[in-house]
Design a protein around this ligand. Structure first.
Ligand SMILES: O=CCCC(=O)O
Length: 499
């Protein structure tokens, strides 16, 4: 697999104009201002398709992390006291601005992440919807008032913002993972410090700017860009003013952060890795299943925690399903985000290509076969061809590991109890997918699947109005829906003498 980067000039000038406006030389967005790192250190953000330099960023450390908490803590009392309607309207305005600037934002995401423009546009729409959803949730605070069973007292239950929240977001959805956390935090009345991934800090800065334009006061949203996440997040977790951590990323890093959070018993939400099974029953509508598989597997080039990672296809329909899925895979155009017709961009890094290649080689060594592949032979960069693997044994690494790339391994099944055993034979439990013509059968299976989210005859589970999250080692807590706001509040009750 070639990983050299030689093509230049694919990123349009308008993207560079946007980047210049964002002032990445300063990078940090603290207390409503762009700031250079005190140490003067910087880092480069590259176009993932060409390797060209996109921007130079201030490389933050403990000093910038503390400055961000200073700003967030100072802004907290006023923001928490701001009427919910006003907080909601700021988020609603930010939603409008994101929609208005969706082309500009999509181009920024495509340049720094590498995903196709179609995926980037879809992400902007998805990301903006979190602001709209939480604008509407901001005005629905939860509470209760009740007589105590013994009489003579009243219990008043209220919820209040947890305080300064530390948000840590990944490179794969640089806009949506930021808005999925910022939206509910601001709706609840929290102020935030955000560390975007070093690979994709530009989008986070663009979102922070939009919130500022939408009327969110300085200090409510603070962004620290860094190549040293340990220094920044470690500082936050050790700071008594930080009361919440919300992380999206790998299970390994999640475990580390939970360990650090344990020292001060910090309220933690973790959205971690997945290993989603995609089950096709004998009676499934195969065209619909193939369409769903293409979304579940190839959205974002397979670099999604919800991505279908292993396909369990009933042996009676396996040949037809793989033929149709293979044809759809071969029809995918792979290339730079900014080239016409691109459906799949490069992977995030050379290491990602090496890891995925090793998983495919392991499967082939154990007897799997590459039955179909999209064309990438003329491309240079971190590209991996969308691939269909058949005859994959259940013990292949690619079945047991989150592959995070455009490879679809197919295992066949004929016994439901054994299917369920294999589906649940993983430490992960984030998304899963079931295609069947019998809804009752699908739902009964779904109830036994150890996953936080099950797509039934759907290849996508992501929805701002639904509680996103996993079981087992895929995480703790839920994002989106009403649960999204609850994650940033704590319950308080008043026991009142009523005699
Ligand atoms: O990769 C993690 C998030 C994916 C999604 O929200 O659909």
């Amino acid at each position: 697999m070639t990983i050299t980067t030689t093509r230049t000039g694919l990123v349009p000038a308008s993207v560079h104009a946007t980047i210049t406006r964002l002032d990445p030389q300063h990078g940090q967005h603290i207390g409503g201002r762009g700031l250079a790192a005190g140490s003067g250190a910087t880092f480069e953000v590259l176009d993932k398709a060409t390797g060209d330099q996109l921007a130079t960023f201030a490389d933050g450390g403990a000093t910038e992390a503390t400055a961000a908490v200073d700003a967030a803590a100072a802004a907290f009392p006023a923001w928490a006291a701001t009427p919910p309607r006003v907080r909601g309207e700021a988020l609603r305005t930010a939603f409008g601005l994101m929609v208005e600037r969706s082309e500009e934002l999509a181009a920024l995401i495509a340049a720094e992440n590498g995903k196709s423009l179609a995926d980037a546009r879809a992400e902007v729409g998805y990301a903006a919807e979190f602001f709209r959803w939480f604008a509407e949730e901001a005005v629905r605070p939860e509470g209760d008032f009740a007589e105590s069973p013994a009489g003579g007292t009243r219990t008043i239950v209220t919820s209040r913002p947890v305080g300064v929240a530390a948000l840590v977001t990944p490179w794969n959805f640089p806009a949506a993972m930021a808005t999925r956390k910022i939206g509910p935090a601001l709706a609840a009345g929290c102020t935030v410090v955000l560390k975007p991934a070093a690979e994709t800090p530009l989008t986070a800065l663009a979102v922070a700017r939009i919130l500022e334009e939408a009327g969110v006061p300085a200090g409510v949203v603070n962004v620290v860009t860094t190549t040293d996440p340990g220094a920044v997040v470690g500082t936050w977790l050790a700071d008594s003013r930080v009361r919440k951590v919300s992380f999206t990323g790998s299970t390994g890093i999640g475990r580390l952060l939970l360990g650090q959070a344990a020292d001060r018993v910090v309220n933690s939400s973790m959205e971690l890795g997945g290993n989603a099974p995609f089950v096709v029953a004998a009676d499934a509508d195969l065209d619909a299943a193939v369409a769903g598989a293409m979304i579940a597997k190839f959205r974002n080039g397979g670099q999604a925690c919800t991505a279908a990672n292993r396909f369990y296809v009933h042996e009676s329909v396996a040949a037809e399903f793989t033929e149709k899925l293979g044809a759809a895979i071969e029809a995918l155009t792979v290339g730079s985000a900014f080239e016409d017709g691109t459906a799949i961009g490069p992977l995030i890094s050379a290491k990602a290509v090496t890891n995925l290649s090793a998983l495919v080689e392991d499967a082939v060594a154990r007897g799997a076969r590459i039955s179909h592949r999209a064309h990438t032979s003329t491309l240079e960069g971190h590209f991996y061809p969308p691939t269909l693997l058949v005859d994959v044994p259940a013990d292949a690494q690619i079945i047991r590991t989150e592959a995070f790339g455009p490879v679809a391994p197919v295992v066949t099944w004929n016994d439901e109890a054994e299917l369920l055993r294999q589906v649940n034979d993983t430490e992960f439990g984030l998304a899963s997918y079931i295609y069947s013509g019998d809804l009752k059968w699908a739902l009964q299976l779904a109830e036994k699947v150890e996953a936080g989210m099950v797509g039934v005859n759907r290849g996508v589970v992501s929805d701002p109005a639904a509680p996103f999250g996993g079981v087992k080692q895929s995480g703790l807590g839920r994002e989106g829906a009403r649960e999204g706001v609850r994650a940033f509040t704590e319950t308080q009750y008043f026991s009142v003498d009523w005699s």
